[in-house]
Design a protein around this ligand. Structure first.
Ligand SMILES: [Zn+2]
Length: 83
């Protein structure tokens, strides 16, 4: 698990990837938390488990890299960033 800086938290709060700044797409939700996947499928591939409460990010966890198959299942708006 990666420790995130304050700036990283701000990016996640805005639903952007802390590593590459591109938008995150919404993945599966479980309870109060939801997985978010980075739309940069070229050189990032990261995913995060985030919990928002009243619009504020209260928990974040880096969940590692997301496979193409897993990403595509949730990329309903076709936000996949191509080269
Ligand atoms: Zn990214």
């Amino acid at each position: 698990m990666t420790q995130l800086s304050g700036r990283d938290r701000q990016r996640l709060q805005a639903r952007c990837c802390p590593f590459c700044s591109l938008p995150l797409i919404e993945g599966p939700t479980g309870g109060r938390s939801q997985n978010f996947y980075c739309s940069n499928r070229v050189d990032c591939l990261n995913g995060f488990n985030l919990t928002f409460y009243n619009g504020e990010l209260i928990f974040q966890q880096h969940i590692g890299t997301i496979s193409d198959a897993q990403f595509r299942r949730w990329d309903k708006d076709r936000k996949w960033v191509k080269q």
